[in-house]
Design a protein around this ligand. Structure first.
Ligand SMILES: [Zn+2]
Length: 360
């Protein structure tokens, strides 16, 4: 899994990315929260490369990179408190690394914390060791969808994510050579034509949707361009349905779904070698890495099977379910769950673009 570290200017376009990293005690209280920071932004970009993040590359990749968290600071005398806000509906895990000079923190680094959707937390406080001297701090953070504090319910048997009676071939299984290794080790790809109805493999709460991309190809530069649906399960794990066609996400953030509900239409957006559905269940290992989890599926022939690459599996269910396999909320167009939460008044210190890892 690639992890790409980038400075903020290349990502956010802010021209305020370089500030004095030194604070003079007498001036601190007069400065706004941006001062005193050497902005050293790092992103955990699972599967992402620098090319993939270049909006100008080939003039094609135009997707908006998602904000997962927002960092802010508050001063209390000489003490600086760092806060993090999760702007997503899904759990997000953040890992902070910090370089401190003449400062003491009340936590140890690297410091990892999971935030529930839409939550804001005080992370830690920085206190000058010798207040009569200057001090400096530099931080790097990594963020990714998912919680570290969850255990997958291994007794749960998943539904094949397509219409009952239909059969699709697993084009890449667990430990697949092309891309199912590292953080994507336990993902499954099913080869299927663009526009194939996708049904929920497990019920839960829809916590993320990307629906606006219509580009993709066999190139890492498309890593940010996959449409997807992200569902939080009852055990806290996340399920992600990836590469959906533009406008193919038929559910919205905040919607509860049941296993078997048809929630979207497959596609070929993002980094993809051809039309297929990529699905994985995962949690966060830390802010840098997601950890996919092996799950079993019921099929027309087996109650609980580990899917094998190269084999086709027919979804179980009656023909009645076929007839009622309606796509939910077909008229609902969801573009970006976080868009309404972006604030122009708060300092977007980091232009946080976490790892919305998009499988291949
Ligand atoms: Zn895949």
């Amino acid at each position: 899994m690639l992890s790409t570290v980038l400075k903020s200017p290349s990502l956010s376009g802010h021209d305020t990315s370089r500030k004095s990293c030194l604070e003079k005690p007498c001036a601190v209280r007069k400065q706004d929260s941006r001062h005193g920071l050497l902005w050293n932004v790092a992103l955990c970009c699972l599967l992402f490369t620098l090319n993939g993040l270049s909006e100008d590359s080939a003039g094609k990749s135009t997707s908006v990179r998602e904000t997962l968290i927002r960092i802010s600071t508050e001063k209390e005398g000489l003490v600086t408190h760092l806060y993090v806000e999760n702007v997503q509906a899904a759990d997000v895990t953040v890992t902070f690394e910090m370089e401190l000079s003449n400062l003491e923190a009340d936590v140890k680094f690297p410091y990892t914390v999971t935030l529930a959707g839409k939550k804001r937390l005080k992370l830690f406080a920085l206190t000058p060791q010798q207040p009569n001297r200057g001090w400096s701090w530099t931080y790097t953070y990594y963020s990714t969808f998912g919680s570290t504090n969850v255990e997958h319910d291994n007794s749960y048997v998943y539904t094949l994510p397509y219409v009952p009676g239909k059969s699709y071939r697993v084009s890449q299984g667990y430990n697949g050579e092309y891309s199912h290794f590292g953080a994507d080790q336990f993902a499954i790809d099913w080869r299927m034509p663009v526009g194939t109805p996708i049904c929920a493999a497990r019920g839960g709460l829809v916590v993320g949707v990307k629906n606006d991309s219509n580009i993709g190809g066999d190139d890492p530069k498309y890593d940010w361009d996959a449409n997807y649906i992200l569902v939080q399960h009852s055990d806290g794990t996340l399920g992600q349905y990836v590469h959906l066609q533009k406008g193919g996400c038929k559910v919205k953030v905040g919607q509860r779904i049941e296993a078997g509900d048809c929630i979207g239409l497959s596609g070929n957006t993002g980094h993809s070698t051809g039309p297929h559905l990529h699905f994985s269940v995962f949690k966060a290992r830390d802010g840098k890495h997601r950890q996919t989890l092996p799950v079993r599926y019921k099929t027309a022939d087996d109650f609980a099977v580990t899917l094998q690459e190269g084999r086709s599996y027919k979804a179980s269910g009656s023909s009645a379910m076929l007839a009622t396999g309606n796509v939910k909320g077909a008229n609902v167009a969801v573009t970006d769950s976080a868009a309404g939460l972006r604030s122009s008044t708060e300092p977007d210190l980091l232009g946080a673009r976490g790892s919305n890892a998009v499988g291949h």
